[in-house]
Every structure is written in C-alpha cells, then in structure tokens.
Ligand binder design. Structure first.
Ligand code: C2O
Ligand code: CU
Ligand code: CU
Length: 487
C-alpha cells in the first residue's frame, strides 16, 4: 500500500517500571525502574493580563531555565516562561493592541511563536524571528482573532521539538467583550486550562528526549506540568480548554463512565452549536473547548482518559507504543459542592460562523506530505529551506489547500497567519465538531483533507509564514514550508 514505511525505529529506552503512576497498568519488560511523583492537585498556570500602557496591553515573558520535582529523589532540569515549566496563560481581548516583550535567558537561541494568531509575518515568532540568549524581542500586534484558546511555543529551526519538550509552551486565551453567550469563564474555577503532554525521564531524573525522527512519545502523562493530577471540580458546568501540547502523541479523550460531553469550540473560535461527543481525538497543536456537565454530582469521582486502544490507522512501527495500545488516565476528577455563580445550562446557539465561499476561490493547491526512507521529510518533494519561498499567495483572496498524506503515519497539518475551514475529509463533509475555525488538521495515513482559507490584512513579499506538520520531530526534520502574501 505504501513504500514509505520507516523500518529502522530507534529502540525504546528509559521507560519507567514500578512507577507509581496510574497509567502503568500494562506490563512491560526490560524497563528501568524510576519512581515518578504523581501530582496531587491540578497545577494551574498563572493568568497574565499584562498592563495597559498608552493604549497598549503589555506583557513580559522570560524564557528561562528551571527545575521540577518529577522523579522521587531527583531534580529534573526544565525550561519555562516566567517559571520552571510551561508558562503563564496570557489573557487578551479581541480588538486590543498588545505588546509582548520576550526575553531569552535559556543559554541558547530560541523564538516564541503565537500559534493560531492572525498577525504580521514579522511578529509571528517563527524561525526567522530568532532571539539569541540574553536578547529580547518585542512582538506587537492587534488582536483580530475570534475568542478562543490559542498558545505560544518556541519555533527555532530544528530545535522546536526539544525546546517544547523541556517545558516551553503556554496558553493564550482571547476573549471578546461583544460575545454575549453565557459560558463558564471563571479561570481555574469552572474555566480550566488543560495542557496535555507526555514525558519520559532518564535515570538521573533528567527529561529524556530521544529525538526520534518519527515523533517523540513518552509514557508519563502531564496536565499543566503535573503527572496525572487530580482536579477538584465544583458540581456544575465545567469548561475544559484542552491543548494537545505533546510533541507527537495523538489522544482520544473521553471520560471513565463513558458519559457524553459537548464540544463548544475548535482551534479558532466557537462552533455554531455545541456538539455531543463521547470521544474527542486531538492531535499535537490542536485545541478544543468542551463542557463537562457535573450538575448534581457532588461527592462523585471520574477520570478524564485517553481511549487510545480505539484509535484506527495504527502504524506498527510507531503508533503501537504501549500507550497507544491501552486506555489510560490523563487526570482524575473529584466533584465537590457547586460554587455560587455557576452556569447551569448550556446555550443551544454559540455563534454564527461566516463560511467562506468555495466558488470564489482564486487558487487550489495540493500539498503532499512524504517521509522518504532516507533523508529529510518533505512537502511536495521539498524539505524546509529558510532561503526558499515555496508558495506565494495573493492578499485578499481565498484558496483551497488539499493536504495529502502519502505516508504510513498521521500528520497534523498546521498553517500560520490564518484560520481555515475544513471542507472535505476524504471526499466527504467533516464531522460536526470539525465544522469550525481551525489552524491544525489531522490527516490520517492515506487520507486527503481540503480546507478553504482567506488571506487578508498583512501582505509582505519577503517575510514568510510557515506551514508544517505539528508533530514537532517531523517539522524539525523538514516537513515544513514557507509562504508569503503578496499585495
Ligand atoms: Cu504551533 Cu508553526 O506552530
Ligand atoms: Cu503556528
Ligand atoms: Cu508529520
């Protein structure tokens, strides 16, 4: 069926045994013994609103080194924004001008990219906006995106995977004061950031980053930097803003009691109506907002899980690692009394999405992702070259991009600068929960996905934006290209 099967997979090493985590119910031999420290309560990243100065909302982020207690008796060296691991949740409002001063104290070069945001290319924080150690970079732009959950992370060429793995990532929440739908929005009370990652530790407690070209997956699941934590939830409607910030792992989320929940938002905005689900597949880079109904459920317990054993399109060389063969707990939930200002019912109508007109498309392009047995990974036969512009699009036009996956691994395709609408997945309309604004779309092996998008506001003939696979090791190994918007 496919001759691109990567056959020489790096052998697994440094996988813990006798671990105290609840995920390790499956048996595996020849593992090292390592005891990780399971988090008690769900860590909550600080909410950073910044300061208003001369009509601009100003934020300070410092990329720095830190250490965490992930392994019993050891210190784990990490990286973080304004702290030891991950970063604060930036809160911004649609229509405001923001200025983010990013200072690099990592001891090495990096960048900080605002994933999902519509902004000028020089403010994007991609591989071109490099920040050397000791230097600062000022990103300033107008918030034009819809209210939704976005994120930020490093994007240095060939180094993104490792820097994110060590801890550099954070959420960015955009709100809209004009939005009148009543949804849970008390941060850390009923509006909960859920950053899901997987990590591996070496004998000395250090983060073990194998650099596996096929994608780095690991055995310990972290939410907001805590290993399989517990979330104490009030008995009311709870909103999860879920970000898959893992380098390569795809999750198939659901709850231990198989309950239904509602998805209310995709990467770049609210859906038109809540969509009932029992499973939510989320690939690296993607976000989803869901509503969990805990009304009247005080004193009960449940778990937020990944039903990974159910996932299809499994590649035997990569996808079937121990975690993908099994269902596992991501976070436990203990339900306590409701709070005073609980939202008790979910609105039926969330938004009106302006669907782009397929008959007014200027250009249709096909982008084919490949993983040759040897050499770099490619899109349309080319692997990332900072000196080459791959695609030129025209300002104020719409295009359809058809993403073709000609490999045996799944690839979450991401494009900078814009949000898009999926029009077809393998020839048919996408599922209801994918009919909203997106900036990452998972393309399964052999599949092709078409989306429509519109390029507006920021023309620049020389400074490109990126598009790439969001499995960070694929991106780092060349599965990325550059496009510019011509006036
Ligand atoms: Cu989240 Cu180009 O990246
Ligand atoms: Cu991005
Ligand atoms: Cu990929």
């Amino acid at each position: 069926m496919n001759n691109n099967i990567p056959i020489s997979r790096r052998s697994f090493v440094a996988i813990g045994v006798g671990v105290t985590c609840s995920n390790c119910s499956f048996n595996s031999t020849n593992k090292k013994s390592l005891n990780v420290i399971q988090a008690n309560e769900l860590p909550i990243p600080e909410l950073l609103r910044g300061e208003s100065v001369n009509g601009k909302q100003q934020y300070n982020l410092t990329m720095q080194q830190g250490s965490m207690d992930f392994v019993i008796g050891k210190k784990t060296k990490t990286l973080g924004y304004n702290g030891n691991f991950l970063g604060p949740t930036l809160l911004m409002y649609k229509g405001e001008n923001v200025e983010i001063n990013v200072h690099n104290e990592l001891g090495e070069a990096s960048t900080t990219h605002w994933h999902g945001l519509h902004l000028p290319p020089e403010m994007d924080g991609g591989p071109l906006q490099k920040i050397e150690h000791g230097q600062s970079w000022l990103a300033s732009f107008l918030i034009k995106n819809e209210a939704a959950t976005y994120w930020y992370h490093p994007h240095l060429l060939h180094k993104t995977g490792e820097q994110v793995y060590k801890g550099l990532a954070g959420l960015l929440i955009i709100k809209d004061t004009k939005n009148s739908v009543k949804l849970p929005e008390q941060y850390a009370v009923d509006d909960i950031p859920i950053i899901v990652q997987d990590r591996e530790f070496d004998d000395d407690g250090s983060l073990y980053y194998s650099g596996d070209k096929l994608g780095v997956k690991a055995e310990h699941i972290l939410v907001n930097g805590g290993i399989v934590p517990n979330f104490t939830a009030p008995a009311q409607l709870i909103r999860f803003r879920i970000l898959n910030a893992s380098n390569a792992r795809i999750y198939n989320f659901g709850f231990s009691d198989q309950r239904q929940f509602h998805q209310i938002a995709t990467d770049g905005g609210l859906l038109e109506n809540p969509v009932v689900l029992t499973r939510l597949k989320l690939s690296p880079g993607e976000r989803a907002e869901i509503i969990l109904d805990l009304n009247q459920q005080e004193n009960t317990q449940l778990s937020f899980m990944s039903f990974s054993s159910e996932m299809k399109n499994i590649n035997p060389f990569w996808n079937k690692d121990a975690m993908d063969k099994n269902d596992f707990t991501v976070m436990t939930i203990k339900v306590v009394a409701a709070t005073a200002q609980a939202i008790t019912s979910l609105p039926e109508k969330l938004s009106d999405i302006h669907f782009l007109d397929e008959t007014k498309v200027k250009e249709t392009r096909i982008l084919k992702m490949k993983m040759p047995m040897f050499g770099a990974m490619t899109i349309n036969g080319e692997s990332m070259d900072m000196d080459r512009i791959d695609i030129r699009v025209k300002l104020n036009t719409s295009e359809i991009w058809e993403i073709v996956n000609d490999t045996d691994l799944p690839h979450p395709f991401h494009i900078h600068a814009v949000q898009f609408q999926i029009i077809k997945r393998d020839g048919i309309k996408p599922a209801k929960n994918e009919r909203g604004w997106k900036d990452v779309v998972l393309v399964a092996p052999g599949e092709s996905v078409s989306f429509i998008t519109h390029f507006s506001d920021y023309a620049n003939p020389t400074i490109p934006y990126m598009y790439h696979c969001h499995i960070l090791e694929h991106e780092d190994n060349g599965m990325m290209g550059q496009f510019v918007i011509d006036a």
